[in-house]
Design a protein around this ligand. Sequence first.
Ligand code: KG4
Length: 333
Amino acid sequence: MILGLGLESSCDETAASIIADGRCVLSNRISSQIDLHKAYNGVVPEIASRAHLEVINVLVDEALAEAKISFSDLKYVAATSHPGLVGSLLVAVQSAKAVACACDIPFIPVNHLEAHLHAATIEHEDLAYPYIGLLVSGGNTVLCLVHSVGDMRLLGRTSDDAVGEAYDKVSKLLGLGYPGGPVIDAIACTASVRKNIFPKLLVKYDDYSFSYSGLKTAVLTRLKEYPDSNAAEIAWAFQESALEILVRRTFAAARDYSVKKIVVAGGVASNSRLRELFAAEKTGDEKVYFPSPVLCTDNAAMVASLGYAYFMRGDNFALDTDVSARYTFTQAV
Ligand code: KG4
């Protein structure tokens, strides 16, 4: 049995997980900073990195204890090294390097976006490459073609806000708090009047791009014009517009590239309506994989699992591998 430790601190969740053989999650500890950032309606990088530092060692100890193993049982340690908030990324990466050094095991830096998509492999043994990956979170809205471990080709991404960011901003406009996704997801189902009052986002059909700033402005304009609007009805209409483009573009990519497997991952992938829409749009033999909600939002099990794939491939990463705020995709042809 190959045991690995995964660490995650790229944004506002600190997490540590132990995985056996890349799939069996023995522990998955997550400490969320939501309460610290609530007052600012978004993540404050300096607060985030300090908070990661305070909890990471505790989480590692808890993860080892829950898995009933010790440092000497580990065969590798993986950490998210990019993309993300630099100060935050450093916490997991430096901790992982310390473990790698002390235990004399490989340190494996992983890509946060690839780890989110890879999370789907933990629970779905039949998921194989290639697949179309839709990554929808607070910081990313990316559609890509994933050929193999480390080989993700960009098909399209948002030209402005990420979809999760749009949820958070609309929630703020409606006075529903942060993070906006779960609360809009819940309140939208309660709308008694369900009217598409916002414009469709599918303006261009010839690419796989996304855009959310116009929809956010449409919500703002509507609320200025009708200040007594029903929050559930606005949430419902916003959500329908926000999600339709994701589903359409993803199935279009699957058809265009003749790829039958689709992975939807990231925080927004836990949305109940998004899951319904994907199920409803499926007409052929495509198969859509969603990680379960706890593996959709930031977690370290996905990091440990992807780390296992690199470990098994025998990749070597130097201990001076650095963190990076950005990640540049190879464009799909
Ligand atoms: O992947 P994630 O945990 O990390 C970041 O990108 O930080 O995603 C967080 C995002 C937030 O914008 C949150 O509002 C959104 O995911 N989110 C949701 C739901 N749960 C979380 N959006 C829509 N519906 C949900 N149920």
